[in-house]
Design a protein around this ligand. Sequence first.
Ligand code: GDP
Ligand code: MG
Length: 345
Amino acid sequence: MKIGLVGLPGAGKSTVFGALTGMAVETGYGAGAGKQNLGTVKVPDARVDALAALYQPKKTTYAEVAFTDLGGGGHTGIDRAQLNAMREVDALCQVVRGFPDAAGDPPDPVNEIVELETETILADLEIVERRVERLRKDRSNPRELEVLEQILARLEGEQPVRGMELDEGQNKLLSGYRFLSAKPLLLVLNVSEDQAAAPAPGSVVEAAEARGLGLVVLSAQIEMDIAQMSPDEQPEFLATLGLEEPAKNRFIQAAYQLIDLISMLTAGPDECRAWPVPRGAKAPRAAGKIHSDIERGFIRAEVVPWQDLIELGSEAKCREAGKLRVEGKEYVVQDGDVVHFRFNV
Ligand SMILES: Nc1nc2c(ncn2[C@@H]2O[C@H](COP(=O)(O)OP(=O)(O)O)[C@@H](O)[C@H]2O)c(=O)[nH]1
Ligand SMILES: [Mg+2]
């Protein structure tokens, strides 16, 4: 699972990437031509922290997501290279400039949002038009033609594929196309340092809401500075900015939700850990994330919601209180479930 940082040149993609990953990357207008930075990031998780405080484990492990900076060097607009690279990722985070650039040019965030939307719609339109023309001629797949015609109409109306009501069969017919305007999208408004704790401008909030998109406000420059500080220096710095925690935490959590993963938790004296699991996964499949042997030999899952475990203080107490459930192979794992699998070897 990979999330692509996209947007116009100079919006702050590489700075955001550096702040997220702690990696040293080239920033600046047009920097890093032809390069795609790739890095993994831990997903901050207060539930894992609470479990670790309870168990004092030898090891604490967070879920991870991979981010890639797809900005590589374009100078104008969203270029072909960036559009092509978008096809390869599972979700998009658009970094939108909310600060005056080095030349003093004021930001125009709503315009940037519209520009990316338009570019992705046009890229999809090109593919759909070609395919529809073909299918109309050779009549080889009437069902596919029917959905694609719906999509064509939508794209011609300047609406992204995202948000269309499609059934499972239709989605299956379309999955090979990897439409850019269908990819989950999160907006990241990159503001100047003095706006880091301020609410987003109304026009940007409206643009996000009208499209049903999530919006996170951060100052990439500040997040970069925080990432380079030692943990004990951070609170004071955050306080002077009016922030309670680095905005990057909220951003990573929102990005993680974008790719439809939930976190299954495991807890014990050896390790407290969050495991990314596809939303809707049944217990054996989730178990397979830990080890294929557990999936193969699955007997049952003992499940307790993390809050109950923290509140009652141990699995034994949860069992006594009837909070620990025994679930079979049809159980759909829920976000925040602390799970213990029983299995045959
Ligand atoms: N003042 C300010 N400058 C920023 C911020 N984020 C990025 N920049 C600057 O804007 C320029 C472009 O940033 P960069 O991350 O390279 O943009 P990219 O082209 O989208 O990768 C660089 O000179 C950054 O230092 C920010 O939050 N505040
Ligand atoms: Mg860049």
